[in-house]
Design a protein around this ligand. Structure first.
Ligand code: UT7
Length: 372
């Protein structure tokens, strides 16, 4: 697809014009997670140490792409006809439908977006904000006019139900925003961003097998990589170390983006951090000096939904009209990689749409629909 030739002016910003979300219907309590994995823990430990009471799980019939398609369609719906038809789709996910190809092109196809550019972005729990930084830059450079940023995760496919360190933490979900070009002073405007990574911490959050180092394909490459065991195929996290990094990086990234924007923390009316752990969120907000009444989140009901967590919390709060359009807002996230990112924005004025997961049509329909 060709790109518009002229770049917009300096005050032009990406504006969140549509917000959509999708949660699978199955709600699972802590007690049910404990019973399923026969875990040596308690409901009181999980709620006290993380703030999580329940989460949604997709089950075998619903894929990441099914969640993503529903959330993206909801975001397009929310944006309405005033916003141009999406001309780029970016899908942040750590749990794509398949290792190859990327899930984004199929989501774009299912949405009827034709031949728009579409790609997956892997930044683990920072995925949505990495996507927002990327899409904003592409929009402001004139490369696209109406990008969709979708974040979708089905962590239930990688989390070990028998691992008490991680099984109680994660849930499945998707959320999406539709962007258009607008002015820096209008509701939804993404003002400044900050992002970074530290690969020195790449072993702290991993799925060891399934990549080029420890393949699971069974193809004989002539290189003995060993046979991956059950644990290698599952998500593993060194929780205590990650906790410390998460607090440090989300705080410093938030401080950086607030400084660039010229805002003081006490001027914020909405703070949404990656919903990893209520104690982490409180530690970051305390360090920044954001009062409790301006801390927004939904970790209690959905757990940690990885890349989807920030836009899902935004969608949830916007659906409750938790903030007035235009209110000063800070988003921040931290995840595997290690990666982190933050953004300042003016609270959007978009009617949030929620949707049920969309089951994938049978394969033969796809083959008939796509012309050569
Ligand atoms: O999404 C990407 C970013 N993710 C995060 O930022 C998550 C970061 N980490 C955390 O949220 C927390 O570290 C956890 C929730 C994973 C753990 O909470 P914690 O308060 O940091 O506990 P801890 O890791 O310091 O462990 C304290 C004890 C340990 O036992 P010992 O070594 O003191 O004997 C753990 O083995 O608690 C034990 N433990 C548990 N006990 C009961 C760990 N998980 C559990 C559990 N139930 N589920």
């Amino acid at each position: 697809m060709t790109s518009p030739s002229s770049a917009p002016g300096d005050r032009a910003r990406a504006v969140i014009a549509g917000i959509g979300s999708c949660l699978p219907p199955l709600a699972v309590t802590n007690t049910q997670v404990i019973a399923r994995g026969n875990l040596d823990t308690t409901d009181a430990w999980i709620t006290g140490r993380t703030g999580i009471h329940r989460r949604r799980l997709a089950g075998p019939a619903i894929s990441t792409g099914d969640l993503a398609t529903a959330a993206a369609r909801a975001a397009i719906d929310s944006a309405g006809s005033a916003v141009p038809r999406p001309d780029l789709l970016l899908l942040a996910t750590t749990t794509p439908d398949r290792p190859c190809p990327a899930t984004a092109p199929e989501v774009a196809h299912r949405l009827g977006l034709g031949t728009v550019p579409a790609f997956d972005l892997a930044a683990v729990c920072s995925g949505f904000l990495y996507g927002l930084v990327t899409a904003s830059a592409l929009l402001r450079s004139g490369t696209c006019r109406a990008p969709l940023v979708v974040a979708a995760e089905k962590y239930s496919t990688i989390v070990d139900p028998f691992d008490r360190d991680t099984a109680p933490l994660f849930g499945d979900a998707a959320a999406a925003v539709a962007l258009r070009l607008g002015d820096a002073d209008e509701p939804g405007a993404v003002l400044e961003t900050d992002w970074g990574s530290d690969g020195g911490g790449s072993d702290l959050i991993t799925v060891a097998a399934g990549g080029s180092r420890l393949p699971t394909t069974g193809i004989d490459t002539g290189i003995d990589t060993g046979t991956p065991g059950h644990g290698d195929r599952c998500f593993r996290m060194r929780g205590r170390q990650v906790y410390a990094h998460a607090v440090r990086r989300m705080t410093s990234s938030s401080e950086a983006v607030l400084a660039t924007t010229g805002w003081r923390p006490e001027e914020l009316r909405a703070f949404i951090g990656h919903q990893a752990n209520q104690r982490i969120l409180d530690a970051v907000a305390d360090r920044l000096g954001v009062p409790p009444r301006h801390r927004l989140g939904n970790i209690r009901d959905v757990g940690n939904t990885a890349g989807a967590s920030v836009p899902l919390a935004l969608a949830d709060a916007a659906a409750r009209h938790a903030c007035a359009p235009g209110a000063r807002t800070l988003l921040t996230a931290f995840g595997g990689g290690l990666t982190w990112a933050s953004a300042t924005l003016l609270w959007p004025d978009a009617p949030v749409r929620t949707a049920a997961p969309e089951p994938r049509p049978p394969l033969h329909d796809h083959q008939e629909v796509s012309p050569p």
